[in-house]
Design a protein around this ligand. Structure first.
Ligand SMILES: Nc1ncnc2c1ncn2[C@@H]1O[C@H](COP(=O)(O)OP(=O)(O)OP(=O)(O)O)[C@@H](O)[C@H]1O
Ligand SMILES: [Mg+2]
Length: 512
């Protein structure tokens, strides 16, 4: 028992884990007390997800060294089922719900309310409602999960954990894909679970403001080693203190300065109107107009669902949407960007917000992913020149400072932040003139964010026109020359980047 009268719920001692060529964890210790919210932070690739996968049996006993004691018992989980049985529930970085099943079905998936192999649907619905009510989820339990937003899906994941009577909830970057309101809601829920139900949680996050706001204690890992565990007292903890532990030094300015003279308008969009691809009567974008100059970073701020990604994807070779109308101009001349190859040919690149789904071929290595968008640059007569491909991939790995043992590492074995760097490499390799970045730093640690901002500045100084879509207001404001605010598919404001404030941007967001 500690001074607060609470004992340890979990102890992970001297955990070491090696992958071929990578020591992901080296003697890591982690203690989680009863009824606490424990944040796990560290740079991309530090080993956070790996540590939690060990705890939850994704990596079974025998694949790692060290001891785990949970709830007073030594644990040697052969699989996830056993860790669940012990009271540990993990919600992964990528949600794992079945999109076409209902909320109720998802909550009890794998431990159905059944007798003699027959599912009791009445009880399934009733019990689902019980947990949903507890978590404040006011949906119909029969609603398919793909019909509710990510924020609510996250709550379904938590309901699932509650239904398994979890004592410890592990959340790997739970708010990465959530908007501000849903994030706040989720954090409130974690506090409530702790205070009213005695459920502890481990939360991995790169959003240090949320960590500082919700965590009782914070463990920092760096390069696979435990750096320290910080107690968050009543007086709170400054974010700078956490950053110092993460990167080993102070970061004074989070946004590197850029002083690039702006050139001519490179890209212009006029009256861009787009309808939903399936519900074709639904207008998603309504007469959107934007202009971007050479060397300029034009930010697009807005809430999730404002239509920003739909805008970017419809511009990028019309890969999203129906009944698209409006015009696009490149260097003053109208350019019909009617397919992805045409868009790439005309110098457009789109760094997607969903790197796993659209950005990378996960089973292929860094080298192949790097050259993917413009293979002909390293090929002659349709034959890939291996040496040239290796040279290019090595070059971008160095420029981007991608952490991986070699360019032959499959993309799926990279940490989230390093995957993002490979996606960026891929598009830079395609020599774009117009770069659309959609949430480029989602899930990326503070140090790597700075590196990505530096890369954006470098690209702007080379005359590239950049469009930066971001939900993080400090980021749009810190990086943009000009900010367009989008709300419900329309541009509702245009602000100067240097003088814009969060309040001013918010006013345009909610004015509709
Ligand atoms: N299956 C795997 N095979 C090989 N290497 C791996 C595998 N999984 C993870 N790694 C490596 O182990 C290290 C730790 O990765 P991990 O995913 O735990 O990082 P993380 O702290 O969760 O990072 P992020 O914040 O980017 O999610 C990284 O260097 C990663 O490339
Ligand atoms: Mg991770």
């Amino acid at each position: 028992m500690d001074a607060g009268g609470r004992g340890a719920l979990l102890q992970m001692r001297a955990i070491t884990m090696e992958f071929p060529g990578v020591k992901a964890l080296d003697n890591v210790n982690l203690t989680v007390r009863q009824q606490e919210i424990h944040a796990l932070v560290g740079e991309n690739g530090a080993g956070k997800s790996t540590l939690m996968k060990i705890l939850s049996g994704v990596y079974p006993y025998g694949t790692y060294q060290g001891d785990i004691v949970f709830d007073g018992k030594a644990c040697a989980f052969p699989d996830i089922k056993q860790s669940e049985r012990a009271g540990i529930a993990i919600i992964h970085q990528e949600l794992a719900l079945s999109p076409y099943l209902s909320i109720a079905e998802n909550i009890f998936l794998g431990h159905e309310r059944a007798r003699h192999q027959v599912i009791n649907w009445h009880k399934t619905r009733e019990d689902a409602l019980y947990y949903m009510k507890k978590l404040g989820l006011g949906e119909n339990p029969d609603t398919p999960v793909n019909r509710i937003g990510v924020g609510k899906q996250q709550i379904v994941e938590i309901a699932k954990a509650l239904a398994k009577e979890a004592k410890l909830l592990i959340l790997d970057e739970p708010t990465a894909a959530l908007n501000e309101t849903d994030s706040q809601n989720l954090l409130r829920l974690l506090r409530e679970l702790r205070d009213a139900h005695g459920i502890a949680s481990v939360m991995i996050s790169h959003k240090l403001n949320e960590v500082a706001a919700v965590a009782d204690r914070i463990t920092i890992i760096r390069d696979g080693k435990t750096v320290e565990t910080l107690e968050v007292g009543r007086e709170g903890i400054p974010e700078e203190r956490i950053i110092k532990g993460m990167v080993g030094r102070e970061i004074t300015d989070r946004f590197p300065k850029r002083s690039v003279p702006l050139g001519e308008v490179v890209f212009e969009v006029q009256d861009w109107t787009v309808y939903h691809p399936e519900q074709t009567e639904r207008k998603l974008l309504d007469k959107v107009n934007i202009k971007v100059r050479a060397g300029e970073v034009a930010g697009i701020a807005g809430l999730m669902g404002a239509g920003r990604t739909e805008f970017a994807m419809s511009l990028f070779g019309r890969c999203y949407g129906a009944n698209i109308s409006g015009k696009t101009f490149i260097n003053g001349k109208e350019a019909a960007l009617t397919s992805i190859p045409k868009a790439i040919e005309r110098g457009l690149a789109y760094v997607t917000e969903d790197r796993k789904e659209y950005g990378l071929v996960l089973i292929e290595d860094i080298k192949q992913n790097t050259t993917l968008a413009k293979l002909k640059k390293v090929a002659a007569y349709n034959v890939i020149n291996d040496a040239a491909e290796v040279r290019e991939a090595e070059y971008y790995k160095r420029v981007m400072n991608t952490k991986a043992p070699s360019i032959l590492q499959p993309a799926m074995h990279l940490s989230g932040g390093n995957q993002q760097k490979v996606v960026l490499s891929k598009w830079l390799f395609s020599d774009p003139k117009i770069l659309i970045l959609d949430e480029p730093t989602r899930g990326i640690d503070v140090g790597a964010k700075y590196e990505i901002y530096t890369i954006i500045n470098m690209l702007a100084s080379q005359g590239m026109a950049c469009i930066l879509i971001s939900s993080e207001l400090p980021e749009v404001i810190g990086m943009s020359d000009r900010i367009y605010v989008m709300s419900e598919g329309r541009i509702t404001g245009e602000l100067d980047g240097r003088s814009a404030t969060q309040e001013a941007v918010m006013r345009h967001i909610i004015q509709t």
